[in-house]
Design a protein around this ligand. Structure first.
Ligand SMILES: C[S@@+](CC[C@H](N)C(=O)[O-])C[C@H]1O[C@@H](n2cnc3c(N)ncnc32)[C@H](O)[C@@H]1O
Length: 206
């Protein structure tokens, strides 16, 4: 694990409340809509990578998803969510890990990533992520990805990111994945700034 990355994110969640960070959403509606649309059932094995302190897990539990995992590099981030969930935290598999070194041997039906992948800027980092995604996703499973779009910000949390347009992500995923949905979203930060996102849903076909 790159200590610099880990240190950065632990520091973010140590020094800021989850409601202050630019990516905060009171209600992750679009993610929930997409999960409800593409998950086969509430028993689907689902992972939110780079889940941070997102309230997506609260909503998933509320709607009856009974096999959720939340992974993040920051222990502080996950602790925020555990505290919020109280006793319901035991219904979640929590993983503190760098996604590039992901070693879980579970196969998932749904992979959800809102704004993690775009922090991986080198070819090696992207390759590790995509390899781990491929190892963890069942054939027929779906990956839902949110990144800043071609006209989105160049940085997030003070870190450089890579922006993607529709076709560049489709090329990265390659022929084993079919893009079954694409859309755009404008996120309003707590400071009322607009951030443009692109969102893809890929189905693993091979
Ligand atoms: C912009 S935040 C988005 C958080 C959450 N998905 C949301 O929508 O609220 C990015 C998250 O990715 C996590 N992260 C960054 N790099 C990571 C890595 N290499 N492995 C795992 N998590 C990482 C950060 O700790 C942070 O929680």
């Amino acid at each position: 694990m790159k200590l610099k990355t880990k240190k950065h994110w632990e520091n973010v969640y140590k020094t800021k409340s989850p409601k202050e960070v630019s990516w905060f959403q009171e209600s992750p509606e679009l993610s929930m809509n997409l999960i409800n649309r593409f998950a086969q059932s509430k028993n689907s094995a689902l992972i939110d990578v780079g889940g941070g302190a997102s309230r997506l897990i609260d909503q998933l539990l509320l709607e009856g998803f009974n096999n959720p995992t939340v992974l993040d590099i920051s222990e502080y981030a996950l602790n925020h969510s555990k505290e919020r969930l109280g006793k319901n935290k035991s219904q979640v598999n929590w993983v503190i890990q760098d996604i590039k070194e992901f070693t879980i041997h579970t196969k998932f039906d749904i992979w959800h990533d809102r704004a993690l992948f775009h922090f991986l800027n080198s070819q090696d980092e992207k390759k590790s992520y995509l390899k781990n995604l491929d190892l963890s996703l069942k054939k027929g499973g779906v990956a839902i990805l949110f990144t800043f779009s071609e006209d989105g910000p160049l940085k997030c949390s003070g870190l450089e990111i890579t922006r993607y347009d529709e076709s560049s992500m489709v090329s990265l995923f390659g022929p084993n994945y079919k893009c079954i949905h694409f859309q755009k979203e404008t996120h309003l930060t707590p400071a009322n700034k607009k951030q443009h996102f692109n969102i893809w849903v890929f189905k693993k076909i091979k």
